[in-house]
Design a binder for this molecule. Structure first.
Ligand code: GRF
Length: 203
């Protein structure tokens, strides 16, 4: 299968996906391109060093969201991917864009959705005093951080946590659950049908 990964920053989830493709945990799948909205993204350098084609669609060069999305879509479709994974991709997408890839595009979000959509999830979790926090992989739909949930991983919030220590614990969980969800997706076991997630033969 052909997978395109969209990134904006550091690229640790991208690295987890690449390692899982290499080890076969994500079976018979190649990351055919890594695309960023941000030219300085460390994730782009990481991909280039791994010999993966990289593209940048700099959102600052576009007057509005729909022209940016059209350019991004053209770049993605150039690589004819079966699936698209957002891995720390920090731009909101238009409903038309989400619909075009519906059922084929997944995202990882650093909270137990529907708690704490949007930004600064770890600060929000600490401010609310929740005792469990975590990460969610979901299908991308027109609603930000609200597509059908595929898998979640929970971690404890400890009394001495600050944003950094909590973020690190959640990130380690992201690196476990995202490759797993993508493995299900590329193997055809995971589908979105009428807005609901089905996973065949879940063990
Ligand atoms: C992750 O926490 C992801 O869930 C969030 O942004 C962060 C990206 O980290 N949306 P990385 O670029 O994968 O290291």
């Amino acid at each position: 299968k052909r997978l395109v990964v969209l990134v904006s920053g550091r690229g640790s989830n991208l690295q987890a996906i690449l390692s899982a493709c290499e080890s076969g945990q994500i079976p018979a799948t190649e990351v055919v391109a890594v695309i960023s909205n941000c030219p300085q993204a460390a994730a782009l350098a990481l991909a280039a060093a791994a010999g993966i084609p990289v593209r940048c669609v700099d959102h600052r060069r576009f007057g509005d969201r729909s022209s940016f999305d059209a350019a991004l879509r053209a770049q993605i479709d150039d690589f004819a991917p079966d699936h698209i994974a957002l891995a720390g991709f920090m731009r909101r997408l238009t409903p038309e864009f989400a619909q075009h890839y519906e059922g084929r595009m997944v995202n990882i979000h650093p909270s137990l959705l529907p708690a704490f959509p949007g930004l600064h999830t770890h600060a929000q979790a600490l401010a609310e005093g929740v005792k469990l926090h975590g990460a969610t992989v979901h299908f991308v739909t027109a609603d930000l951080d609200a597509g059908p949930i595929i898998v979640q991983g929970a971690v404890p919030v400890l009394a001495q946590d600050d944003v950094d220590s909590l973020a690190a614990r959640v990130l380690a969980m992201e690196h476990r659950i995202y490759p797993q969800a993508i493995a299900w997706l590329v193997s055809g076991r995971l589908r979105m049908e009428q807005g609901k997630v089905t996973i065949d033969g879940e063990k």
